[in-house]
Every structure is written in C-alpha cells, then in structure tokens.
Design a protein around this ligand. Structure first.
Ligand SMILES: *[C@@H]1O[C@H](CO)[C@@H](O)[C@H](O)[C@H]1NC(C)=O
Length: 240
C-alpha cells in the first residue's frame, strides 16, 4: 500500500491541482457533445444528463433518489457549454427511477426525466443513439466520458480505456454487477462526483452513464458506469 501511495502521488497532484471536474481530460464545448444537458435541482447544478429522445433525458438514479415525487423542482438545460447560462431550459414533469436501484451498491443506477415540452433540436442539441444491446465495448478499447464536474466547471472530455469486468470486480471486492462497466484506473485521470449522470460514449454512441467516480481521487480505481449495453438497462430506458 505504501509504495502504491508514493507511486500514485505524482499523477494525483497533477490531476488535482488543475481542476475539480473531470481530471486529466481536455476542454470541450457543447458543439461536440450536443446530447449533453445539465440538470439543476432547486436552481443549483445537480448532475449531467443525456438526451435520449425528443422529450426524455437519462441520468444517474443517484441524482434524483428520494426526490422522485417532486419532478418540477428539477430543470434541464440543453445546448449550452455552461451549467447555469445559455441554451434552453425545460421543466421536468415526471421522474422515472429504476425500481431496483440500490443506493448502497449503486446497482441499476439509472433514471429518466420527462420534460414538459419537446426539445428543440439544433447543432448543439441532438438525441444520442444507444450502443447495440449485448455488445459491451471490448476490454482496452477507448471510451469518452464528459462533464462539468461542478457548477463552475469547464466542460471537459476524457478518453479512458475499458477495464475487464472481472478485473474491475476484483478491484471493487466483488461489488461489480452486470449493470456496470468499468474504465480508466490512472490516478488523477477520470470522472469526479459532479460528472455523475453524464455520458460515456463508444464510437459516438451512448455506452454508459457516469455513476461511481474515482478518477479525481488518489488511488487509481477504475470509474464505474451504468452499462447501456446491458439489455435490462437499455429496455428499461426505452420503455419510459
Ligand atoms: C463479482 O464478484 C462477486 C464475488 O466473487 C460475484 O458474486 C459476482 O457475480 C461478480 N460480478 C460479476 C459481474 O461477475
């Protein structure tokens, strides 16, 4: 543990001194991530989300847990590189949270927000396609995670290699399920808590939702995403 600590310290310092949002990534704008939205609760930035249909946004269940009965306290901003200005804002009228979501283990970490009106599409506002069900990205291939990290954050994207599920499961003491996909493990490179709910893409399609974030922490644990290739998760989203 000690030597691991020393080895991990240098990248950690580099990662953390720079930012509190996605670490080790590069700046991005909404033009390259037109399916990304910011979700606010009671007027304050809460989470990221992803446009999956003309009136639906998908996010992490952690973002709405316990608040499902008050959808109108949430709003969604589309088409902006900032979390609190620009673009268009929509009121949420219904929150569907996966009934099997477990707040302790983060299993089934997915929710769908229905908006009061249809999203107006444009160059910075687009629906994203899902990855093919049952076709998890191959181990070692690259996916891209994006988000703001916190309300003041600069929008960023980071490229992370997919980590083999069994290897990841060992790193997490057997707590990884088939509804989860892991990527990254370099200390100081990955996603942070404020990135939750945001998109992970593979070949331009939605492959994951940012769920358990460790990229901005000292120890190089993989980040864990809700697996959109999992057929239960994908068909549940589609049925909302
Ligand atoms: C992770 O490991 C635990 C304990 O060995 C096992 O029960 C579980 O099925 C594993 N998860 C996956 C997705 O294989």
């Amino acid at each position: 543990m000690k030597s691991f600590f020393v080895l991990s310290l240098a990248p950690f310092i580099q990662g953390v001194l720079g930012s509190t949002e996605i670490s080790g990534g590069s700046p991005a704008t909404i033009d390259s991530l037109p399916y990304l939205v910011s979700i606010s609760h009671s007027g304050a930035f809460a989470c990221a989300g992803v446009i999956v249909s003309g009136q639906h946004v998908v996010t992490s269940a952690q973002c709405v847990y316990g608040l499902e009965a008050s959808p109108t306290s949430f709003s969604v901003r589309t088409g902006s590189s900032k979390t609190s200005s620009g673009g268009s804002v929509y009121t949420v009228t219904r929150i569907a949270r996966h009934s099997q979501f477990n707040p302790t283990t983060k299993d089934f970490d997915v929710a769908v927000l229905k908006l009061a009106s249809s999203i107006s599409p444009g160059p910075t506002v687009q629906v994203i396609e899902f990855i093919q069900p049952g076709q998890d990205p191959k181990d070692g291939s690259e996916c891209v995670a994006s988000g703001w990290g916190d309300s003041e954050g600069q929008l960023q994207s980071v490229t992370l290699p997919i980590v083999n599920r069994d290897t990841c499961n060992q790193s997490y003491d057997g707590k990884i399920t088939n509804r989860m996909i892991c990527a990254g493990s370099e200390a100081g490179k990955g996603t942070c808590p404020g990135d939750r709910g945001g998109p992970v893409t593979y070949g331009g399609k939605l492959a994951g939702i940012i769920s358990q974030t460790h990229g901005c922490e000292l120890f190089g644990l993989p980040d864990v995403f809700t697996d959109i290739a999992n057929s239960n998760i994908q068909s549940w989203i589609r049925s909302q």
